[in-house]
Design a protein around this ligand. Structure first.
Ligand code: ZN
Length: 291
């Protein structure tokens, strides 16, 4: 009888812990952007880590990026939550971005929650031209995707990040050198390498000592596609992107509504508990999350 009582109390405590604990979990975000990765090629490649995210997560292979499908305008739309008519980045030269009105979402995070730790780790350095003083700890002297991944794994292991943006560049490099598409072997091989890097970052999250007290949202996406050794045009091969969201708050399955590259900043901010002001005039919306 005593044992039974003990078991019952134990079960109740476990239940209370599992119900209450997530409410107090610290919400965190990892965004991994795989530069120039076409969704049809992602589907054709052997990507066990990304496949697992898709299986457990919310996803679409028909999201849309900017009609000027170059890295500068597309990454800026992803990270500000608005299109280039507002942020004004229309080339990879990043001339005069309208940061005062449309800053990187880390800027909003820091304004409302200055204690949150934000990191931006990229291979392609111009992405950081839209960061302002104090927006994030940045790493950009990394030269290849392996170094990017190693740095991300280290900071997930040794530090306490709340929001991490990562850009891997080598898939786009393979597209420019060997062409883009689901039948180009060297392009698929680059995607498969990137999948391993995504897997290493996810493993580092799960290895965190505090993982059980944390509620990670993992977003994996790309800035644009490509064809004929390039990109930049307003054609489906260049503007169709994928969006994958995984975490406890995600609504599992294929996302039925249209998803845009601008949704990433907004979804990340919502997960981090940022109070989004209508005056910010954001174009993105929350995608793939439960109501
Ligand atoms: Zn790009």
């Amino acid at each position: 009888m005593k044992n039974k009582l003990k078991t019952t109390i134990g079960a109740l405590l476990l239940l209370a812990f599992t119900v209450i604990a997530p409410m107090h979990a610290q919400n965190k975000v990892l965004i991994v952007g795989i530069d120039g990765c076409r969704p049809d090629a992602l589907t054709a490649a052997q990507t066990p880590n990304i496949d697992k995210l898709i299986k457990k997560g919310a996803w679409t292979m028909s999201a849309q990026t900017a009609t000027i499908s170059n890295s500068g305008p597309c990454w800026t739309s992803m990270l500000t939550g608005v299109w280039f008519d507002k942020h004004k980045v229309t080339t990879n030269g990043y001339k005069n971005p309208n940061l005062a009105e449309y800053p990187h979402f880390f800027h909003r995070v820091k304004e409302q929650k200055p204690n949150l730790k934000t990191y931006s780790v990229v291979n392609w350095q111009p992405i950081h031209k839209i960061l302002q003083e104090g927006d994030a700890d940045i790493y950009n002297d990394l030269s290849n995707d392996e170094n990017v991944t190693r740095r991300v794994v280290e900071l997930l292991r040794d530090d306490n990040p709340d929001a991490v943006f990562v850009q891997l560049d080598e898939v786009d490099g393979a597209g420019h050198s060997h062409d883009y598409g689901p039948t180009i072997e060297k392009y698929l091989a680059a995607i498969e390498k990137a999948d391993g890097e995504v897997g290493a970052m996810i493993a580092a999250i799960k290895d965190r000592e505090t993982y059980r007290k944390e509620n990670w949202l993992i977003l994996v996406t790309t800035d644009h596609g490509g064809s004929n050794y390039g990109h930049g045009r307003d054609i489906p091969e260049h503007t169709t992107i994928f969006y994958i969201a995984q975490g406890k708050r995600v609504k599992k399955g294929k996302i039925k509504h249209p998803v845009n590259v601008t949704d990433i900043a907004v979804t990340a901010m919502q997960h981090l508990g940022i109070d989004m002001n209508n005056e910010w005039n954001l174009d993105g919306k929350v995608s793939g999350m439960k109501k």
